[in-house]
Design a protein around this ligand. Structure first.
Ligand SMILES: C/C=C/C(=O)SCCNC(=O)CCNC(=O)[C@H](O)C(C)(C)COP(=O)(O)OP(=O)(O)OC[C@H]1O[C@@H](n2cnc3c(N)ncnc32)[C@H](O)[C@@H]1OP(=O)(O)O
Ligand SMILES: NC(=O)C1=CN([C@@H]2O[C@H](COP(=O)(O)OP(=O)(O)OC[C@H]3O[C@@H](n4cnc5c(N)ncnc54)[C@H](OP(=O)(O)O)[C@@H]3O)[C@@H](O)[C@H]2O)C=CC1
Length: 447
């Protein structure tokens, strides 16, 4: 049995659940990996000079054993997330430490502690097998997977599964991720694939859409409401392109920050009106590595007031981190919220705390999303209220280049990867609904 036979079954219109259940599984499959013996390969280089094309490999790997509560999924398409960039440049630390730590927790988790890490935290594909105790899904189901892996043995995670002490991001802190022909997930990562999207379109939103939903919309995040002014950094990037859509769909006003006229056009085409080109306007929040420039925070805030008719920001959607955080805290209105999920430009933030406490602002840390939040975010995609922001699609062989593009900020929106899918455009099951939304679905394509 080969991966090709699985693909034939997926592409055949009359395959049944029983056919998929009866398909023998291959002993091995192709997967994107980083190697444990290469974690020091970029030692001494600046972050921007660490090249994912050198550390990312395409390997033939053995199929992992399937455990209770798990599923093996044939991956038709995946997408590149920034966490795979971090893994591939071994920053801020090597992900093999996560796999070792997970491997120490129990016998079955030992599977994850390998000399290679199969990366990737998104997928769209077809369930091949389910483990003992899985009732909600069966072979042949067309699915997407969110990337929250939890054990839920502790009471801590039972109000909000993100608070589980054994919470991990699949394909980053666990092995057997989505940039591969087959992936291993927990069955409570599975969600229905939106029927009007192709495999690569369906695989694109997952991680960033769920993260933006929790960070901006959910009560666990900023709890955005109608009329809020939302400052969105990187508004046409992975997270930002969904945050912008959530703001617009929720009756808020996005103030989109981007770095080129082309990206400004994309935001405009999504429906945003208030746009700041940080490059053209030349904001320099740091005078040097140690010193910020409050005059620049003020110039930025003045520009925001021009765009909003004199109002300040209710919610900042933060992720660049060190470079922007001081400005983000400053421009937030009295009682407003800075919600942060990342620190791309550096995690040691500095801000003037007087502007936080005297103006009763709040900083909220946010990370991915619980199953319910991921489900709600996926539901909005399935209903055509929020759309994928897929720009370019690469083959599995070219994943290194795809990760390089994201690392060097050469991309727009989301970058897709075909895994088993032999070409783009396959997997659409609801052509009628697709036709209704085709312009929005294609908004980011090939720009
Ligand atoms: C969905 C997509 C998401 C993204 O893309 S996010 C972006 C990518 N992700 C990242 O960049 C994050 C990568 N991860 C990390 O950098 C690290 O993962 C963390 C900094 C988050 C955590 O560091 P660590 O070293 O794993 O663990 P410790 O929790 O810092 O533990 C170190 C020791 O400190 C002890 N400790 C923790 N809290 C306390 C406390 N409150 N008081 C006293 N000790 C504490 C622990 O127990 C432990 O101890 P002992 O070394 O002996 O085991
Ligand atoms: N905690 C979590 O759950 C999650 C965390 N993340 C993290 O969030 C970060 C962003 O991810 P994602 O949106 O997918 O990445 P992208 O690279 O797709 O988008 C980020 C955008 O941010 C802008 N940006 C980058 N650097 C700076 C800077 N120094 N100052 C201002 N703007 C900047 C860029 O837009 P422009 O050039 O147009 O301004 C860029 O396109 C990553 O660090 C990632 O690891 C992502 C998802 C989930």
């Amino acid at each position: 049995m080969t991966v090709k036979d699985i693909l034939d079954a997926i592409q055949s219109s009359d395959s049944t659940a029983a056919d998929f259940a009866a398909l023998p599984l291959p002993e091995s499959y192709r997967a994107i990996t980083v190697h444990k013996d290469e974690t020091e390969m970029f030692a001494g280089l600046e972050t921007r000079d660490k090249d994912p094309r050198k550390s990312i490999h395409l390997d033939e790997v053995p199929l992992p054993e399937l455990g209770p509560g798990e599923a093996l999924v044939a991956v038709m398409a995946s997408s590149v997330n920034y966490n795979s960039v971090w893994t591939s440049i071994f920053e801020p630390l090597s992900t093999f430490g996560f796999l070792e730590r997970y491997g120490r927790t129990n016998e079955l988790a030992k599977r994850h502690d390998l000399p290679y890490h199969i990366i990737g935290s998104d997928l769209a594909g077809v369930v091949l097998r389910t483990g003992p105790g899985v009732n909600a899904w069966r072979p042949g189901d067309e699915v997407v997977a969110h990337c929250l892996s939890v054990e839920l043995e502790s009471s801590d995670g039972h109000n909000d599964t993100m608070l589980d002490p054994e919470q991990r991001i699949w394909g980053f802190e666990t092995n057997f991720g989505g940039l591969a022909e087959i992936a291993l997930v927990k069955s409570n990562q599975l969600m229905p694939k939106p029927a009007h999207l192709s495999w690569e379109e369906a695989a694109a939103p997952g991680l960033v859409n769920s993260t933006a939903y929790r960070q901006l919309v959910s009560r666990n995040g900023a709890g955005m409401k109608q009329g809020d002014n939302v400052l969105i950094w990187g508004a046409s990037g992975g997270l930002g392109s969904y945050a912008t859509q959530f703001a617009l769909a929720g009756g808020a006003t996005p103030i989109c920050v981007v770095s080129s006229p082309q990206k400004a056009d994309i935001c405009r085409s999504m429906g945003a009106e208030a746009i700041i080109d940080r490059n053209a306007e030349g904001y320099k929040f740091w005078k040097d590595e140690q010193t910020q420039d409050p005059k620049e925070w003020k110039r930025f805030g003045k520009r925001i007031r021009e765009l909003t008719g004199g109002e300040d920001i209710d919610i900042v959607f933060e992720h660049p981190g060190r470079e922007t955080f001081g400005a983000s805290v400053f421009v937030t209105r009295k009682g407003g919220t800075i919600t942060t999920c990342a620190s791309t430009s550096g995690y040691m933030h500095e801000y003037d705390n007087r502007y936080l406490w005297m103006s009763l602002k709040r900083i909220i840390g946010s990370h991915f999303a619980n199953y319910r939040e991921a489900w709600e975010a996926n539901r909005l995609i399935a209903k055509g209220k929020i759309h994928p922001t897929l720009s370019k699609v690469y083959s599995l062989e070219d994943t290194g280049q795809a990760a390089y593009d994201v690392h060097r900020n050469l991309h727009q929106g989301k970058v897709g990867v075909l895994c088993m899918a032999p070409e783009e455009g396959l997997g659409v099951r609801d052509e009628e609904m697709r036709a209704q939304h085709i312009d929005a679905i294609n908004r980011f394509r090939n720009i």
